[in-house]
Design a binder for this molecule. Structure first.
Ligand code: FPP
Length: 165
């Protein structure tokens, strides 16, 4: 086993690269997709088990609408185009973050997750709509829900345990 089991990358610098080399931020995002492909290939070659790509944070919603639209277009394009190949290569795609997107994108994300769920060569975690604030809020919500369940269980248990003589 490679001692380097998990590599996590915060995607950054696409826009600056695009402006510098192609005079547009979106061209940088497009080039970023090619880099993602190269990183996936290299991860397989190096026998890395988990690759986490921090692609779109909750902060990123503050960007111009046109840029956001293009990023999601690229994401859909990338997934639709590559899913079969990833599946053949035994790559598992897992989406992390708050999955509050359009119905169409949510369906696509679910589809790629399900299709590749049994694959085990490399797991690519795609972090979308991620952010520390939303993670804390979601964790607290889960904790409250679990606590509620535990309390309900305890409540019913007292009746189950009661001996009717
Ligand atoms: C970082 O560069 C890039 C992003 C915040 C967006 C990356 C997401 C995509 C290209 C969508 C598809 C993603 C995948 C993984 C298929 P930046 O814009 O923050 O660059 P800057 O620091 O120069 O502004």
């Amino acid at each position: 086993m490679n001692p380097l089991n998990h590599v996590a990358i915060i995607m950054d610098g696409n826009g600056r690269w695009g402006l510098k080399h192609k005079n547009s931020r979106n061209a940088g995002h497009k080039a970023g997709i090619n880099t993602v492909e190269k990183i996936i290939k290299a991860s397989i070659k190096k026998k890395i088990k988990y690759l986490t790509l921090y692609a779109f944070s909750t902060e990123n919603w503050k960007r111009p609408k046109k840029e956001i639209k293009y990023l999601f277009y690229l994401l859909e394009y990338f997934l639709n185009k590559r899913i079969e190949e990833f599946h053949k290569q035994n790559i598992r795609l897992n989406v992390i973050g708050d999955k509050k997107f359009s119905k169409k994108l949510n369906q696509l994300l679910k589809f790629v997750e399900l299709k590749t769920s049994q694959n085990n060569k490399l797991q690519v975690n795609l972090a979308l709509n991620y952010g520390s604030k939303s993670e804390i809020i979601n964790t607290i919500k889960k904790m409250i829900k679990n606590k509620k369940k535990i309390n309900e269980k305890k409540f019913f248990q007292q009746f189950i345990n009661k001996k009717y003589t």
